[in-house]
Design a protein. Structure first.
Ligand code: ATP
Ligand code: MG
Length: 204
């Protein structure tokens, strides 16, 4: 069986935290490919205005271009309504019939997994690789999980990655304040943001 990593996110914008997590997961778990899936309408992020989906998608495309094992999917952009992970996984399962699925998240996202729509079903469809993210320990979550959902423990893997305290929120707020963002994300994405200013007077 082949192994497919799935990296979902708003990628508003994509940065080195995402890329490092994806690459470490790929090598550590012998994934054949990692599929980046930019969200259309995120059910978790209704409260703020997201950058246009085409722009976020384009920035991901540019960021992964030089890695032949990184690929991108627009399935969540083509779907109407909120992007539920459970629907995405079911769709991908039909496309990647020969693959075992590994959903890659940061530990911040992992900690919220039981608030996700149909969380238990999600855990029957995929394994999880949770990349450590500064400020978001996983120990408390794992203890709770072991007590309440012992049957899912073997589906969750915490992966230590070199700590990168980079977030899209911070990048947007830096842009709003006129602070530098160079080297937090790939040069191509940096140049695109400089040239097209997709984050006009952003305020969180
Ligand atoms: P925002 O601040 O807008 O929420 P973000 O930086 O968290 O943006 P997302 O698009 O929300 O980026 O994240 C997509 C996935 O990547 C999530 O699972 C998130 O936990 C993970 N991720 C993001 N940044 C990092 C990082 N620095 N280290 C590890 N994982 C990360
Ligand atoms: Mg986030």
């Amino acid at each position: 069986m082949l192994r497919l990593g799935i990296m979902g996110g708003t990628f508003d914008p994509i940065h080195y935290g995402h890329l490092v997590a994806a690459e470490m997961a790929r090598t550590e778990f012998a994934l054949n490919q990692v599929l980046f899936v930019p969200t259309g309408l995120s059910p978790h992020k209704k409260q703020r205005r997201m950058t246009d989906a085409q722009i976020r998608y384009h920035m991901v495309e540019m960021a992964i271009r030089d890695n032949p094992q990184f690929i991108i999917s627009s399935i969540e952009l083509e779907r109407r309504g909120p992007s539920y992970t459970v629907d995405t996984l079911k769709e991908l399962q039909q496309i990647y019939l020969q693959h075992e699925l590994f959903f890659i998240t940061g530990t911040d996202a992992l900690r919220e997994i039981f608030d996700w729509h149909k969380a238990e079903e999600i855990l029957t469809l995929t394994r999880f690789i949770a990349a450590t993210r500064p400020g978001y320990g996983a120990q408390e979550f794992l203890t709770k999980m072991a007590l309440e959902y012992p049957q899912f423990m073997k589906k969750i893997h915490v992966l230590e990655v070199p700590a990168l305290a980079i977030s899209s929120t911070d990048i947007r707020s830096r842009l709003a304040k006129g602070q530098p963002i160079r080297y937090l994300l790939p040069d191509e994405v940096y140049n695109y943001i400089q040239a097209t200013s997709p984050y006009p007077s952003y305020s969180q």
